[in-house]
Design a protein. Structure first.
Length: 344
């Protein structure tokens, strides 16, 4: 009996604490979120946020660049309170376009490591992904693999594929090389890489993995979560591709694997700043992070949350130690260099 009462007291105290942490229970406030994410599990999290805080969430879903353009056109009249988009390069662009405002909170400081947010707090990472080597184990021996820099070696002639230079993931990878190597060395790297391409860049990240399996190339540079998506695809051919290829995290003994984030910022003209911050706090919380990251087979940003079992099976890895805002700061130069050296 005593034990039951104690359990009940602990339950009451813990639920009250969880509710108080996010405040405003029972309010009729609502916020508008512009997001490029479209996962069913996200809706459950927004429902949970409403349950905890009483704040309703209106979702506007579209492609990231369209949301940015829309917010920019709406200006002060924009109904957006929070913008959620992928890639630090794109988040930086939104910041430069004056679409975000800088916000701080003790909870965000605790949940989001410095490495995964804007240096001036205009946006915070929500999930992390790595841009890795995906290779065919019959045609590549793992002992051949080491670094992004090594992909310029003549031994890779006609064996590598990745998507076009118009793609922001490759622009951010290029920006990271500029930050790490300097402009001239990064230009030489891109030149050598393009010389080893098996074909003119085409298709999305998934198409690169498919082309590796079909024999077009031996190694693709692509994002980790697409392998997770293919392994869990309703298309049996994608499952075969996911099961056939292997993942390699480059630069483990040097500068670390190139990573990127999806992230969120409070809209510059939000009329509901406190509520907007509460949502980002919730999305970075232990309770939300696991399912939020798992929805797209990404890594949680909150270090106290374990990644999905599939991601854990790929092993842990060292990440590039550069501020993610640099990916945005170098993006114009990255695009210029890629065009100049003929990365189509
Ligand atoms: Fe993607």
């Amino acid at each position: 009996m005593k034990k039951t009462i104690l359990t009940l007291v602990i339950f009451f105290v813990s639920t009250t604490l969880t509710a108080c942490q996010f405040g405003n229970v029972g309010s009729d406030k609502s916020i508008t979120v512009y997001t490029e994410r479209h996962y069913d599990t996200d809706q459950l999290l927004y429902d949970r946020f409403t349950e905890l805080t009483g704040i309703k969430v209106n979702l506007i879903r579209d492609e990231a660049d369209k949301l940015i353009t829309r917010m920019n056109n709406e200006g002060e009249d924009s109904p957006a309170d929070v913008l959620i988009i992928a890639d630090a390069g794109r988040l930086h662009r939104a910041k430069e376009m004056d679409l975000f405002q800088s916000v701080t909170s003790d909870i965000l400081t605790e949940n989001v490591p410095n490495h995964y947010k804007d240096t001036n707090n205009f946006w915070y990472g929500l999930t992390m992904r790595a841009r890795v080597f995906v290779y065919h184990p019959d045609r590549v021996n793992v002992s051949e693999l080491s670094t992004y820099e090594d992909l310029t070696d003549p031994k890779w002639k006609g064996r590598i594929i990745t998507r076009t230079s118009t793609n922001i993931y490759n622009q951010s990878l290029m920006s990271s090389m500029i930050e790490i190597m300097g402009e001239e060395a990064a230009r030489a790297w891109a030149t050598g890489l393009v010389q080893n391409f098996a074909r003119d860049p085409q298709g999305n990240d998934r198409d690169q993995a498919k082309a590796v399996v079909s024999g077009v190339a031996d190694l693709a540079i692509m994002n980790t979560y697409y392998i997770g998506r293919m392994l869990n695809s309703s298309d049996p051919n994608e499952v075969i591709v996911g099961e056939t290829v292997r993942i390699f995290f480059p630069n483990q003994n040097t500068t670390g694997t190139h990573i990127n984030v999806s992230g969120a910022g409070v809209a510059k003209y939000s009329q509901n700043v406190d509520e907007a911050i509460q949502l980002i706090e919730f999305l970075t919380s232990e309770e939300a992070q696991r399912s939020y990251a798992d929805a797209n087979y990404e890594y949680p940003i909150n270090p106290s949350v374990e990644p999905h079992a599939l991601l854990k099976s790929w092993g842990s890895f060292n990440v590039q130690d550069i501020p993610l805002s640099k990916l945005g700061e170098h993006s114009v130069l990255a695009i210029i260099i890629m065009n100049e050296i003929g990365w189509k």
